[in-house]
Design a protein. Structure first.
Length: 177
């Protein structure tokens, strides 16, 4: 059984939270739908896989626990694991993206330029559906493999505000946007 995709996704999601909120050396819990876990683990036997996963990541993520919730599982990563994740480099794009998008009045072109700064292989699709306005991602998966759904919100005090959701390709396709 291969746990790399799940470990990477947990690590990336915790790093994203730390960039947004800061690091405070405490455990963090994340909720995953059963389908997301099936996609990440590439198995239908979720309980069996989750029973084995904590031992495979103990050296990096410390104690990891899972508990069932409606439609999925809650994973909790210990303070040891969140401290390890906080020490990781390689998140320059995500850091700059979050720091750019959190500002009111930033234009979509400014956000697109952050993507283009990190790759010449950026795909931008205008969607303008009920959920979001733009789908943006790196065609070759470098520096990351996530799909970013950008929503241009109403003007606030004369300034645009942009929000985002980030998905794995499998979760994005499953949602049927």
């Amino acid at each position: 059984m291969n746990f790399e995709k799940l470990e990477k996704n947990i690590t990336d999601n915790i790093k994203e939270a730390q960039i947004k909120l800061g690091f405070d050396n405490r455990p963090i819990s994340l909720n995953y739908t059963e389908n997301s876990l099936k996609n990440l683990l590439r198995t239908d036997n979720i309980k069996n896989a989750l029973g084995k996963f904590p031992e495979t990541v103990r050296d990096t993520l410390g104690d990891v626990t899972f508990r069932e919730i409606k439609d999925g599982y809650c994973v909790t990563v210990s303070a040891t694991g969140t401290s390890y994740i906080n020490s990781l480099g390689g998140y320059e794009f995500l850091t700059e993206f979050i720091n750019t998008i959190r500002n009111h009045g930033v234009s979509v072109e400014e956000v697109f330029s952050v993507f283009r700064k990190y790759s010449s292989n950026v795909i931008i699709e205008e969607k303008n559906n009920d959920e979001f306005n733009y789908l943006v991602y790196f065609a070759d998966g470098i520096p990351d493999k996530y799909l970013y759904c950008l929503t241009v919100e109403e003007e606030i005090d004369g300034h645009l505000h942009i929000t985002y959701h980030r998905f794995t390709r499998e979760d994005y396709e499953e949602l049927g946007f």
